[in-house]
Write a protein that binds this ligand. Sequence first.
Ligand SMILES: O=P(O)(O)OC[C@@H](O)[C@@H](O)c1c[nH]c2ccccc12
Length: 261
Amino acid sequence: MNILDKIVADKRKEVDLKKSLITVQQLEHSVMMERTSVSLASVLQKSNTGIIAEHKRRSPSKSVINQSLNVQDVAKGYADAGACGMSVLTDGKYFGGSLDDLVLARASVNIPLLRKEFIIDEYQIVEAKAYGADVILLIAAILSREEIKSLSQTAKSLGLDVLLEVHNEEELQKSIMPSLDMLGVNNRNLKTFEVSLETSKSLSEQIPDDFVKVSESGISSIEAIKELQTYGYQGFLIGENFMKTDDPGANAKKFIDELKK
Ligand SMILES: O=P(O)(O)OC[C@@H](O)[C@@H](O)c1c[nH]c2ccccc12
């Protein structure tokens, strides 16, 4: 079994357990259900930097990245730096995140928050909204076209933006549909962890213009972003490059200021 299959198998168990403890109707009592979401896609369209900064403590590919930070400080740092949005990993077992991280980030900033999760069930989308997210991630590698359709429609009905992530042409072709807002190309192969920015470059042409294009993972230089912009990318998801430092917010600020020059 590859790592992605393992993560999804564990996620299925986790979601089934949660559903038996807290119902969708109970989630719907959250005050967050009344909050008007902020569209990350529209913020990206108006930005000329496009940074989505991620909170990630550890990952299966890098093990520990940073376990000693306070998520509220990181969120405020990213917002002050001028990030268009923040991505919050909520998977516990493989990434050391939690829904508490999402709530704490929500309590700290107003920029759009992406719930970074392995979503396989509508329950997780209601949960995303109930815990303060503005955007959900759907990963084409773990979903069928029908699942992408019903999950993205659920998200839209809750006012959430949808970022659909692909890694190759086949995933891209099966996923294109109007209920998505952003198409993300993951430069990291989630099955092998290999990273190459070429993935974003080679898939860019096949992404229809109606979607905001986002390049994800392995981005660490201004030059890389300037180059990806020439391929039509407007969003850049950066985790490790900021999180591996003592002050992710300050590093994001330096990076974004440099990008504006
Ligand atoms: O830390 P990086 O290389 O900058 O990558 C960030 C982000 O793209 C990555 O964490 C990610 C992209 N897609 C995912 C899906 C699940 C978990 C994590 C991810």
